[in-house]
Design a protein around this ligand. Structure first.
Ligand code: SF4
Length: 254
């Protein structure tokens, strides 16, 4: 491949190259994007997932493209029992390395330091302690982070790029399903006979921690509905910049 190509391994990571790669990826399917990612970043790449439908599609593709790829999840100690069971099923079924990431802070220690049920009072602080901080530590020695973010999941995600640089974590972020729809994801899951979280059949479009996730009646099409439904919070902070996050969270991170 010519050195002027945005694909060239020795090409500098300029904004121009990133824009060219995004334009190049846009008409291609997720397998082509993931293929580029595994060849570009190798062992320094990891997929993060909460075992939602998009994450499972990506895990299945990675197991084929690069068996043994690290697929990590953030264990907040507050996930649904069905989510933990699904993680074990997928670990047994797919040739990827399912890795638990935990911040080391038990729920009891958090209650002692921050008070009981922090998620009810300052959910951004709780998400920072149980998700953002552990993620940052885990990604410190990685170069690329694959996620299941899709543009049709919420207004906040509607402009998501396929490839971006995340200064906060010092990694490239790859959203191979950015331009897929919910329907395409479920079609892939059924066609490949993949397991999924049974809570999705019980009215939960999106699954996070138990205290912050509710079933949704008559969902209006955004698949992040049901998360922090009594607040204006829509993201746990993993996919937002510190400037977009809660002040107390930002201060705590620095
Ligand atoms: S989703 Fe809720 S319980 Fe989970 S880390 Fe965030 S605030 Fe805490």
């Amino acid at each position: 491949m010519a050195s002027s190509s945005p694909d060239a391994p020795d090409a500098p990571w300029t904004r121009t190259r990133m824009a060219a790669l995004n334009a190049q990826f846009e008409p291609h399917g997720p397998e082509a994007i993931l293929n580029w990612a595994v060849h570009t970043f190798g062992d320094a790449l990891a997929q993060g997932t909460g075992f939602g439908p998009s994450g499972i599609v990506i895990m299945h593709m990675l197991a084929d493209l690069r068996p043994g790829t690290t697929v990590f999840y953030l264990d907040t100690d507050l996930l649904f029992p069905e989510t933990y069971e699904l993680s074990e099923d997928l670990d047994a079924q797919l040739d990827v390395d399912v890795t638990r990431v935990h911040g080391g802070l038990s729920l009891e220690e958090q209650a002692e330091q921050e008070g009981d049920e922090l998620w009810n009072r300052t959910p951004n602080r709780c998400c920072f302690l149980r998700k953002v901080k552990p993620l940052k530590n885990f990604l410190a020695d990685r170069r690329a982070w694959i996620t299941g973010v899709r543009r049709d999941q919420s207004e906040a995600r509607a402009d998501a790029d396929i490839l971006s640089w995340v200064p906060r974590y010092g990694v490239f972020k790859i959203n191979p399903l950015a331009n897929w729809t919910q329907k395409e994801v479920w079609k892939y899951l059924f066609e490949h006979d993949l397991p999924y979280n049974p809570k999705h059949d019980q009215g939960y479009p999106s699954l996070g921690c138990v205290p912050c996730t509710e079933p949704v009646d008559g969902a209006d099409g955004y698949t992040r509905e049901g998360r922090w439904s009594d607040t204006d919070k829509t993201e746990c902070g993993l996919h937002t910049s510190p400037g977009q996050a809660d002040e107390s969270q930002t201060a705590a991170e620095s």
